[in-house]
Write a protein that binds this ligand. Sequence first.
Ligand code: GLA
Length: 730
Amino acid sequence: MKDIRQSLASILFLVGGGLLPATAQQIIPISTKNNALVLQVNADKELNTIYLGKKLANESEYAAIASQYRQGSDYTGIYNSAYTPAGSKNLLEPAIAIIHTDGNTSTDLHYVSHKTSAAGNGISQTEIILKDPAYPVEVHLFVKSYEAQDVIEQWTTISHKEKGNITLNKYASANLYLKGQNDFWLNQHYGDWAAEMKPEEVRLTHGIKTIDSKLGSRTNMFQPSSFMISLHKPATEDEGDVLMGGLEWSGNFRNDFEVDPLNNLRILSGINNFNGAYKLKKDEVFTTPKFWFTLSHEGKTKASHNLHNWAREYKILDGKGDRLTLLNNWEATYFDFDEAKLKTLISDSKKLGVDLFLLDDGWFGNKHPRNADNSSLGDWEENKKKLPNGIASLVKTAKDNQVKFGIWLEPEMVSPASELYEKHPDWVIKEKNRPEYYFRNQLVLDLSNPKVQDFVYSVVDNLFTKNPELAYIKWDCNAVIYNAHSSYLGANQSNLYTDYVKGLYSVLERIRKKYPTVPMMLCSGGGGRVDYGALPYFTEYWPSDNTDPLERIFIQWEYSNFYPALASGNHVTDWGKQSIKYRTDVAMMGKLGFDIVVSHLNENDLKFCQEALKNYGTLNKTIWQGDQYRLQSPWDNDAAAVSYVSKDGSQSVLFTYMVNNRYNTGTLTPIKLKGLEGNTKYKVEEINVYPGKKASFETAEYSGDFLMNVGVNPNATTSNTSVVLKITRK
Ligand code: GLA
C-alpha cells in the first residue's frame, strides 16, 4: 500500500452540478487485498471519505471518484467527514462532540499531516493528525489494514492542552461512509440469557438506527456490537456485497447507522456515550477501542473466512494452537459436590478420554459458603467442608489420572453476603443513597479503582501461585451494572462505564504478562461478553448457557459469521431430548467438551462418546483451523449442514442435523460441498455411527467436481437425525 499525493490544481471537476476550479486535493488511499478505503483532504483541510469499495487497479483514478456523486455543499449541509466533529458545520450524527473548558460545544478538525508505516506480514498503519484550529485539541485517526485478510481496524486518540478537563460527549472509534445508493440492509442480532444471537434483517430507512448496550458489564446480553450491512440486496452465503463490522470493546457500545438525505450510509461505532461523557485531563491521551470490519463482494462466507483468518492470526489468544477437550461438572452437580464426588468425576474424565477436568462454581467461601448463587463471590478460598484438602488435592488426583485441571472464577463480582463486601463496601459499584439492586444476587466490583484491579489480579495470581499446575480458567461475569456509581471516581462519575472496561483490560494484561499461555474461557452467563476486545486474552468463549443441541445449531451458526469454530466452547449436556449422538455431533463443531455424569451413560452411549472423541482428534485441526462453509441454513431447511475444509485441502468434514421432525422430512436432495479441489478424488465415509446402528451413508469415492456440483446425500431423516461425513483426499 502506498500513499499518493496528487495535486489536481490544473484539473476542472464537477461539484454540485457546476464546473468549479479545482484546488489542491490530497488523496489517502488505504487498501487491502481486494478493497480500498479512500480519504481525501479538501481545500479547506477537511478530511473526507470518498470511497469504500473494491480496490481499483489504478490508484490515480481515486481522485475522480468524488465528482461522480452528488456532493454535499453549503446548500445541503451534508458532508462526508471521515471523523465528524460536532458543533461546527456538520449537522449529522457526530463522531466526536466536546465541551471545552470554557463551555463552548463546538469542534472542528483540520488535517495536519499523515504517515503510513508497514508492520510486516502485510499489515500497515496510517495515522492522520487532525487539529481543531480554534482549540488545542488533537485527534489522531488510525487505520490499520490487514492486506491478506481484507480486514481494516479504525480507532482514534484524543488529547488536548486546555486548562482543566474537557468533556467528551461523544468519542466514536470509526465513522465509515458508504456512498449513496439508498439500499442498505442491516443484519443484526438480539437475544437474552440462553437465547443469544437471533438474527434480524431490515432495509435501512433515512434517519438513524442505533444498536447499543447500556448494561455496563455482560454487555452483549441483549445484543452484540457485531453486524452486517449488505449493499443493494441482502447478501447470501455466496453472493453479494457485505460489510461485517464490530467493536473491540467489552463495555457499553453504540453503533449508529445513518442514511443521510443523499442516500449515503454513515456508520458510527464506538463506546456508548450514554451516561458516559468522558472527562479528559490536559495532556492525557484517550484511546478509543478499535472498530473492525471486512468487506466481501462474494457473500457472507467470504467475509467470515476473512474474519476467521484474521482472528486466528491476531485476535484470539493462541489462535493457531490446539485446544483442550474437557469434562465440566456444572450441570452434573451444580453446587452440590464434595471432594469424593469430584474425584470420581475426575477419574471419569480419563475414562471418557478428555484432556481436562473443569471444576465449576461452588468451591469457595467459608464464612459464607457458596452453596447457592446468593453468596460468597469475592471470597476465593476453598470451602473447607467441601474441599478439606484444598484444590491442590484435586490437581493431584487429576495428575494421577493423566488429565489436567481447570477452575471457574468470577473475579469481577461480589456477593452482598461475602467477607469481601463486609471489608470493602467502597469497592462495590452501587448508589449510596439508593437501595441495592441485584442481578443474580450479586454486584459488580469497581474496576475503575486501581486497588480493586490489584485485588482481582491477585485472585488469579494467588490461585496459580498456590497451584502451579492449574491448566485452565473459566472466567465468568454474570451480572450487569445497576446503580452505576463509583466511590473512587468522585466528581467524574460518567467515566465509570469506560474506566471499568479499561480497568478490566489492564488486569487481563497483567495476567497475560505473567501467564501468557494458560487457556481461559470467556464466559458471561453464556454469551454476554463475546467480542474482539476481550478475546486476545482468551482462548475460547462460551456462546450460551443454552446447550440444547437443537438451539445450539442456530446459535453456533450465527456466531460463526464473526468468530471461528476454534473459539466456540460447545459442551454435551443433558439439555434437550436428543440422543447422545446428536448432542455430541453438534458440540463437535467447535471446541468439544462434556458436562454430564459419565457414570449415568449406558455402555453404548459411553462407547459412542469415547469413539467420537477419537474421531474428533483426527478432525479437530480441520474444524479449528480450516475454512468453514455454512451450506444449508437451519432457519429455512429441515436439515442444517455445515462443513469445514482443511487449509491444505486434504480433509473435510460435513455435519448434517435435522432441525425439524415432521413427517417425511430430511435431506431429500444432496448437499453440495464447497472448497474442494475439482480434479481430486475423495473418500467419503460416515463417522460417529452409534454402536450397533447401521450407517446411513455408504462409504464411496467421488471427485471434488461431483461433490461440489452434484453433492452427496447424508440421508438425514427423523430417525437418523444427525450424520457426520469425513471426506479425505485420496
Ligand atoms: C454462568 C455460566 C455457567 C456456570 C454458572 C455457574 O451461568 O454461564 O456455565 O458456570 O455461571 O454459576
